[in-house]
Write a protein that binds this ligand. Structure first.
Ligand code: ASP
Ligand code: MG
Length: 410
């Protein structure tokens, strides 16, 4: 017998029919002798609808009140699921985040979980009940309702699983697992049987939107085995787990990409201490997140400095850079907001040479110019013109044979 935490996203509880479908799944797992704790999101579209209402009144609504408002979405679904389960003869009880006591800090609309009092949940489980907990919400030390940021129900599920030392946290969603890349770009992309937390974090932060990043960090930190699977079709999904020394690791697990990038270059700045700081300091102060940074080798006492930002921040960053360029007496400021980032991710890279050259060759064979390169232990990213995104991702997927069972690092 195992203790399983199951999280169902908005589409999985988007109608009474779907809620009944969830109830059947829960009953099926209970029938196999497992204890089940269920975390649910609001019905699909509900959080957006509520947010729109608030913004109709005030474009910058008071954040404490936004949390009071948004938390109602999940309160509806926990109750509807409990009513359904009870009707089907399966004893169940629902709790809001505050009732469980999911204690968070007081950062409204993006609170972090500090502690979970799992007593109440355990008592109900011991009495043979299914426990249903509202995702995405908690309560601060002063009793104010908080929410965990968009997509936060994933984090509730993982945090509860960690607190209860559950055997597995199952995230049910509208896709049947994590894929080698986005199947909308590469139709023969393959569902991965497993992927490590580290790889999943890279995939998630590089723009693959299956799970809230924070939930993956949490799962990695507390070693909660996480499984992504579909609530609509049967299947094993994808297991996200720690790296097992006994297991052979695939060389490349997946390809992530991000379309929202922009690139800025300041040409001919003095090659002196403090220059990088004088460029990036004001960018940071303006709350613009910088992703890749490249500084050229200096020649004749000057150098070029290039970095990437989110496309939404492009105009703002260009404005700042033009100011800096005057004080630094730079030769020129250039910008390009039609670029994308494509990344290969795989823990097997650690122990294997030649991945980068194979990647660059595949891109070259397709006439794709690489504008920037950055690497970490388990990923290689390149910046290319946005018109090459699909071609580039397909070329890499093909040349690394990702549509087949993975090649392993030895
Ligand atoms: N309902 C919240 C949202 O739409 C939380 C979640 O679904 O995870 O962001
Ligand atoms: Mg979600």
């Amino acid at each position: 017998m195992a203790l399983i935490v199951q999280k169902y996203g908005g589409t999985s509880v988007g109608s009474l029919e779907r809620i009944t479908n969830v109830a059947r799944k829960v009953i099926q797992h209970r029938g196999q002798g497992h204890d089940v704790v269920v975390v649910v999101s609001a019905m699909s579209g509900e959080t957006d609808r509520l947010l729109r209402l608030a913004k109709e009144i005030d474009p910058h609504p008071n954040e404490r009140e936004v949390d009071v408002l948004l938390s109602t979405g999940e309160q509806v679904t926990i109750a509807l699921l409990a009513i359904t389960l009870n009707k089907l003869g399966c004893p169940a009880r629902s709790y809001t985040g505050a009732q469980v006591r999911i204690l968070t800090d007081d950062a409204h609309t993006k609170a972090r979980i500090l502690d979970i009092d799992e007593e109440r949940v355990r008592r109900d489980l011991n009495e043979g009940k299914v426990v249903i907990v509202a995702g995405f919400q908690g309560v601060d030390a002063n009793g104010n309702i908080t929410t965990l940021g968009r997509g936060g129900s994933d984090t509730t599920g993982v945090a509860l699983a960690a607190a209860l030392k559950a055997d597995e946290c199952q995230i049910y969603t509208d896709v049947d697992g994590v894929y080698s890349t986005d199947p909308r770009v590469v139709p023969n992309a393959r569902r991965l049987d497993r992927i490590t937390f580290e790889e999943m974090l890279e995939m998630a932060s590089l723009g693959s939107k299956v799970l809230q990043i924070r939930s993956v960090e949490f799962a990695g930190k507390y070693s909660v085995p996480l499984r992504v699977l579909s609530s609509l079709v049967e299947g094993p999904g994808t297991l996200i787990t720690y790296e097992d020394a006994q297991m052979e690791q695939p060389l490349i697990s997946g390809i992530a990409f991000n379309r929202d990038e922009a690139k800025l270059t300041i040409v001919g700045v003095p090659d002196q201490p403090g220059v990088a700081y004088r460029i990036l300091g004001p960018i940071g102060e303006a709350n613009i997140e910088v992703d890749m940074i490249v500084q050229n080798v200096g020649a004749d006492g000057t150098t070029d400095f290039t970095f990437t930002v989110h496309r939404n921040d492009f105009d703002k960053a260009m404005g700042i850079l033009k100011n800096i360029s005057n004080t630094l007496k730079a030769r020129e400021v250039k910008g390009d907001n039609k670029i994308v980032k494509v990344s290969l991710v795989g823990v097997g890279m650690r122990s294997h040479a030649g991945i980068a050259s194979k990647m660059f060759r595949a891109l070259a064979d397709h006439g794709i110019n690489i504008q920037m390169i950055s690497t970490s232990e388990i990923k290689i990213s390149v910046v290319v013109d946005e018109k090459y995104l699909e071609l580039g991702v397909r070329a890499l997927h093909d040349s690394f044979g990702l549509e087949q069972k993975p090649e392993v690092a030895r």
